[in-house]
Design a protein around this ligand. Structure first.
Ligand SMILES: [Zn+2]
Length: 82
């Protein structure tokens, strides 16, 4: 569940990190629109931890989830419990 505090923090991170930091999708839009969590919340990661999030455009965000193996290699996803 997303609290309003969380959404305020997301907004402030995105306000400072405005450009896509993944730049991995062929159709990368370059402008970041959301935050990707390297370590998912369900595994103890936090969306409000700046080191755990990557500002991404929606194309790269989809790419990361569509290509998990490559994303682990590049550090866009963090392996959990292995
Ligand atoms: Zn991108």
């Amino acid at each position: 569940m997303q609290t309003s505090k969380e959404s305020a923090i997301r907004k402030s991170i995105l306000a400072r990190r405005r450009w896509c930091e993944a730049r991995i999708a062929p159709d990368c839009a370059k402008l970041a629109v959301c935050l990707h969590e390297r370590l998912p919340r369900s595994h103890g990661g936090s969306i409000t931890d700046e080191d755990n999030v990557i500002a991404v455009c929606s194309a790269c965000h989809s790419w990361i989830h569509a290509h998990p193996a490559q994303s682990y290699e590049k550090g866009f996803l963090e392996r959990v419990g292995v």
